[in-house]
Design a protein around this ligand. Structure first.
Ligand code: UGA
Length: 432
C-alpha cells in the first residue's frame, strides 16, 4: 500500500517508519527542508529511541522516502496521514494554522480519491473546517473521506508504543464503516483492539485519555503535599493503592508536575472547547491549577532550605528535559522552575545528559556544565528536576565534598532518602 505522511515530527515520523516497517511504501512530507535533507541521509533531527535505526533500515529497502514536495508525496497514495503540530494559542485553544495550510495545499494537489487520516489532536469542529476547505478547493470530481485516528505514543517510547498499541481508535462519519475497515486493515498486524467509532468520539477519547493522565499526576502531587504535612511517604501510598486493580499503578509518580508538548496543551484545549459550548470545566481547571501550584511548591522547598532570599545563592540543577528519555524541553517545568529561581535572584548552573542544546535555545544565557560535578562545585545546593536514571550513578560522596552545603532537593523522588541522609546530606524529596 502506498501511504503519504504529512509532518515529520515525532508522531508523523514514527507512524511513517512504523508503517514502512509493516511493509508499506511510505512517503514522508515536511515543509522543513533542513529536516528532510537530514532524513534523506538517515539522520533523525531529534532523539527518539530506535527511530534512526528504523529510518535507515527502511531507507535502504526503499520502503520510506522523504520530500518537501506534497504533490510528489500524494501521488499514488490512497492514505494520507496528517501529523502536523496543533500547539496552544495564548488563550489555550488549539492553533490549527498548520492543519489549514496542509489541507489547502492537499486540495490543490489531489489527483484522485484519498482517505485523509487526521493524527494530530484537534477539536471535533476542526473536521468541519478541513472538510469545508477540501470541498471548496479540490478539483471537481475528486473525492475524499476523512478519518480521525488519534495517537497515544509517548515521547521516548514512541517506537515501542507504535508496535505495541494499547488500542487503535478509528473515527469515521456515519455510513463510512468500510473506510474505517480499510484503515483497520493497515493496523491489524499489530494485534491491538480496534475501536471503530464516530469522529467526535475518537477525538474525545484522545482528549479524555491525556487529561485523565494529567489528572492522576495532579492528584498524586496533591496527596504528596498532604503527606509532607502529616508525615507520610507518598511512594508507599502510591504502592499501597496500586494493588487495587480499579486504581492501577500508572501515572502516580509525584514530582514537579506534568510538562511536555501534549498534556498541558490538550488539557487547555479541552477546557477551551467546553467553554466554547458554554460549559465551565471546573475539574479540568483545577488539574491545571494544581500543576501550576506544584511548580511553586518546589520553589518553596528550595526557599525552605536556603532561606526566602535567594539573591546571591547558587543552585545546581540536574535535569532540563520535560522527562527522561528525550531531548525535548518543550513546556519543560524544569526550565520554568529555573526561570523562577533566576527571577528571585539565584544563580543557576545546570546539566542534562541530552537536553542541553535544546535548553540553550530557550534560555540562551543559562550556565550549562559538562557534568554533575561541575554543577555541584561551589553551589549552595543541588536540585533534581528530571528523573534521569544515570543521576542515580553519580558519586554523591564526591558531590558532598564539592557542594558548599550538603543539601539536595529531589523534585522527582529519584534518589533513596535513607542513602542520601546516611551520606550526610540534608535531603528533601516530594511527599516523603
Ligand atoms: C503523553 C501521553 O502519555 C501519550 O499517550 C500521548 O500520546 C502523548 O502525550 C501525546 O498526546 O502526544 P508524553 O507527553 O510523551 O505522552 O509524556 P508522558 O510520558 O505522558 O509524561 C508527561 C509528563 O508527566 C512528564 O513531564 C512526566 O515527567 C510527567 N509524569 C508522568 C509525572 O509527573 N508522573 C507520572 O507518574 C507520569
Amino acid at each position: 500500500m502506498n501511504i503519504c505522511v504529512v509532518g515529520a515530527g515525532y508522531v508523523g515520523l514514527v507512524t511513517g517508519v512504523g508503517l514502512a516497517e509493516l511493509g508499506h511504501k511510505v512517503s514522508c512530507v515536511d515543509v522543513d527542508k533542513k529536516k528532510i535533507d537530514k532524513l534523506k541521509r538517515g539522520i533523525v533531527p531529534f532523539y527518539e529511541r530506535d527511530l534512526e535505526r528504523l529510518v535507515r533500515k527502511n531507507l535502504e529497502v526503499k520502503n520510506i522516502s522523504f520530500t518537501t514536495d506534497l504533490e510528489e508525496g500524494l501521488k499514488d497514495s490512497l492514505f494520507v496521514f496528517i501529523a502536523v503540530g496543533t500547539p496552544s494559542r495564548e488563550n489555550g485553544e488549539a492553533d490549527l494554522s498548520q492543519i489549514i495550510q496542509v489541507t489547502e495545499n492537499m486540495a490543490a494537489f489531489m489527483q484522485d480519491y484519498k482517505i485523509i487520516v487526521i493524527k494530530s489532536t484537534v477539536p471535533a469542529d476542526a473536521f468541519q473546517l478541513i472538510r469545508k476547505i477540501l470541498t471548496k478547493k479540490k478539483r471537481e470530481g475528486i473525492d475524499f473521506d476523512l478519518v480521525s485516528n488519534p495517537e497515544f505514543l509517548r515521547e521516548g517510547e514512541a517506537v515501542y508504543d507504535f508496535f505495541h498499541p494499547t488500542r487503535i481508535v478509528i473515527g469515521v462519519d456515519e455510513g463510512k464503516e468500510e473506510v474505517a475497515e480499510k484503515l483497520a486493515e493497515l493496523f491489524r498486524p499489530l494485534n491491538a483492539p480496534i475501536i471503530k467509532t464516530s469522529i467526535i468520539n475518537a477525538q474525545m477519547i484522545k482528549y479524555a485519555s491525556n487529561v485523565f493522565l494529567a489528572s492522576r499526576i495532579s492528584f498524586i502531587n496533591e496527596i504528596a503535599n498532604i503527606c509532607e504535612k502529616v508525615g507520610a511517604d507518598v511512594e508507599e501510598i502510591a504502592r499501597g493503592m496500586s494493588f487495587d486493580k480499579r486504581l492501577g499503578d500508572g501515572y502516580l509518580k509525584p514530582g514537579i508536575g506534568f510538562g511536555g508538548p501534549c498534556l498541558i496543551k490538550d488539557l487547555k484545549a479541552l477546557i477551551k472547547i467546553a467553554e466554547t459550548y458554554g460549559y465551565e470545566a471546573q475539574h479540568l481547571k483545577s488539574i491545571l491549577a494544581k500543576n501550576e501550584h506544584q511548580v511553586k511548591h518546589i520553589l518553596l522547598k528550595v526557599k525552605k532550605v536556603l532561606g526566602d532570599f535567594l539573591y546571591g545563592k547558587t543552585i545546581g540543577v540536574l535535569g532540563l528535559t520535560f522527562k527522561p528519555g528525550t531531548n525535548d524541553v518543550r513546556s519543560s517545568l524544569a526550565l520554568r522552575i529555573i526561570d523562577l529561581l533566576r527571577k528571585e535572584g539565584a544563580q543557576v548552573k545546570a546539566y542534562d545528559p541530552w537536553g542541553m542544546e535544546e535548553a540553550k535555545l530557550c534560555l540562551s544565557d543559562l550556565n550549562l556544565c559538562k557534568d554533575p560535578y561541575e554543577v555541584a562545585l561551589g553551589a549552595d545546593m543541588l536540585l533534581i528536576l528530571t528523573g534521569w536514571e544515570e543521576f542515580k550513578k553519580i558519586d554523591f560522596a564526591r558531590i558532598k565534598k564539592i557542594l558548599k552545603e550538603p543539601i539536595i532537593v529531589d523534585g522527582v523522588n529519584l534518589l533513596d532518602p535513607e542513602k542520601m541522609r546516611a551520606l550526610g546530606f540534608m535531603y528533601k524529596g516530594v511527599g516523603r
